[in-house]
Design a protein around this ligand. Structure first.
Ligand SMILES: [Zn+2]
Length: 249
């Protein structure tokens, strides 16, 4: 399809999508599509063990956080496992400029439009494509991304039970990008103060006890932090809650 056609097509659909996803009067459906990214048998064997239960943590966590912010909704996100997708999404260049990222976004949305399993395409569903890799390969994982336009995410994850809890943190992070949350970490990966802290007024400030979802790391000083082990120690702070329309700005 010509680029102009793609621009018009996605311009029309994304206006609807941001409108529907942001009012929190009913659960937002999220479908996880696993992809065997390195084509290894071990990766496929892990994918074969996945079920919707693998991702229940995400729902439970979002419900807990919504409750803390007085959202009158039992379940803000309804997460389920979708079919395995065999095609690979376009890769974002490693040193992507903002123009590269914009073009990649259009390509990825077009790719998702073509590869979403039949019957699943809905303007009110978040589609998360999770690319699984064998944990023994020494290649570092590419950056995961979530797009508000199109309600789409691409997550790079290790195909092992030991990583499942941290994979759910990354999926939740990208899922919140699709509903308007922004990153709150600096170049070194630690949180920006105060936006990336769950308790920025705590005295003493360090160590913090939990990670903000749009950082994923628990700060131990202004220059050090560690990755949260599971969503149990991750929260949505008021800056993110405002961005996703859970509280007034
Ligand atoms: Zn992010």
């Amino acid at each position: 399809m010509a680029l102009l056609g793609a621009l018009i097509f996605f311009g029309l659909t994304s206006a609807h999508q941001s409108l529907y996803s942001r009012n929190w009067t009913k659960p937002l459906d999220v479908v996880i599509y696993p992809i065997n990214a390195d084509r290894f048998i071990a990766t496929q064997q892990y994918i074969d063990t996945l079920s919707s239960a693998t991702f229940t943590d995400i729902e439970t966590w979002a419900s807990r956080e919504a409750d803390r912010w007085n959202i009158p909704l039992d379940k803000p996100f309804a997460v389920r496992l979708g079919d395995t997708v065999t095609a690979l999404p376009p890769a974002l260049p490693v040193d992507a400029t903002s123009a590269d990222t914009l073009i990649w976004g259009l390509k990825f949305r077009w790719w998702a439009h073509r590869h979403t399993p039949k019957g699943d395409a809905s303007l009110t569903t978040v589609r998360m494509f999770v690319l699984y890799y064998d944990p023994f390969s020494d290649k570092p994982l590419a950056h995961s991304l979530g797009l508000q336009k199109g309600l789409l995410g691409v997550v790079h994850a290790y195909a092992t039970k030991r990583q499942a809890a941290q994979n759910n943190i990354v999926i939740s992070h990208e899922m919140l990008h699709t509903v308007g949350a922004s990153d709150k970490y600096e170049g070194w990966g630690g949180p920006v103060y105060p936006y990336g802290f769950t308790n920025p007024l705590r005295t003493p400030l360090f160590p913090q006890r939990s990670a903000e979802i749009m950082v994923g790391r628990i700060p131990t000083s202004h220059t050090s932090s560690y990755m949260a082990e599971s969503l149990k120690s991750v929260q949505i702070n008021r800056f993110t809650a405002a961005e996703i329309n859970w509280i007034d700005h």
